[in-house]
Design a protein. Structure first.
Length: 318
């Protein structure tokens, strides 16, 4: 078996094991959370008989391990169960399918903004290291890391929405209705999430570029008469891409955490806001489903990052 394929299969098996462990953590942590779903749905004055009937209907009266195995079997069939209180009786999979595209759009939008900003700032900082441009770019990166995304979101609302009226301060046009509308209404939330990530990407790219600028093969290429642009693209930037891509994959988990907060601030009907609503409503089935979806996205992105890195440098699979 080729080493690359063996490595990818090993990583896939590891991702599946991590997913299994993650489902156990999510399920049992939710069971430890305070509150009784039956009382949330039926009210504080519900009779013991009605509570018992509710628990029996939703399988909440079975032993915990049986409940977990039943839930895990449903996940394998993409059956997340029914909502208890957020949208009583509605299929959770339908809720996720309605809201997930909005979350994915904002997340991808934020990553694209962060990548574009970091490519410009990181490259300028590395090429002009030690001068004012480098100082300015690195200072912006430090500022970006220091700013909480929710605080930056409120500042964007005050400045670009309320102050200048360029973007809406609340609400989101789904991409299924209008892509241009989604790009316009989603710019502020995407930028609020992208700023801290762009700062991390910029510092990583700058460090990698400076390290490769001083390599011997770059000096040899210069001595052979290769033009500066060719040397930078083929000998410097190409060798700096892998750590840059790895950091992008690692930041996805923080992106999803930011999405949960930013969706609430900007009124976006996404999985993050659904998770918060379900947590307040003690709708444990919905919270569990949202957490599993986020975990699956993180693992999928990390696996794709591994695949891209192996394509760029097959030696990583050895």
């Amino acid at each position: 078996m080729p080493s690359g394929l063996k490595y990818l299969l090993t990583r896939l098996a590891g991702s599946l094991v991590t997913m299994l462990i993650g489902t156990m953590v999510v399920f049992f942590v939710m069971k430890l959370a305070p509150g009784d779903p039956a009382l949330v749905v039926l009210g504080d004055f519900a009779t013991p008989e009605s509570i018992a009937a509710f628990n029996a209907k939703h399988g909440l009266d079975a032993p915990l391990m049986v409940q977990y195995l039943n839930w895990l079997g449903g996940l394998a069939r993409l059956d997340f169960g029914d909502s208890l209180s957020v949208s009583s009786g509605e299929d959770i999979a339908a809720l996720l399918m309605f809201r997930l595209p909005n979350t994915l759009f904002i997340g991808i939008y934020a990553i694209l903004i962060a990548v574009l900003l970091s490519l410009v700032l990181g490259t300028l900082a590395a090429v002009n290291r030690g001068n004012a441009i480098d100082t300015g770019a690195t200072s912006l990166a430090v500022l970006g890391v220091s700013m909480p995304d929710f605080w930056f979101g409120y500042m964007l609302i005050l400045g670009l929405s309320i102050g200048l009226g360029l973007f809406p301060s609340y609400g989101f046009a789904p991409p299924s209705e209008s892509v241009l509308g989604a790009l316009h209404s989603g710019f502020l939330p995407a930028l609020a999430i992208a700023a801290p990530m762009a700062a991390v990407f910029t510092r990583t790219l700058r460090t990698a570029l400076i390290e490769n600028l001083d390599r011997e093969h770059v000096t040899v290429a210069k001595a052979l008469g290769h033009p500066p642009r060719f040397r930078f693209l083929h000998h410097v930037f190409r060798n700096s891409v892998i750590p840059f891509i790895v950091v992008i994959g690692l930041q996805v988990r923080y992106l999803l955490g930011g999405v949960v907060i930013i969706e609430r601030i900007f009124g976006i009907n996404g999985v993050g806001s659904l998770m918060v609503e379900a947590a307040f409503a003690r709708d444990y089935f919905v919270v569990q489903a949202c957490a599993v979806v986020f975990l699956a996205i993180v693992l999928a992105v990390n696996y794709i990052v591994d695949l891209i890195c192996i394509m760029l440098d097959p030696r990583r699979a050895r």
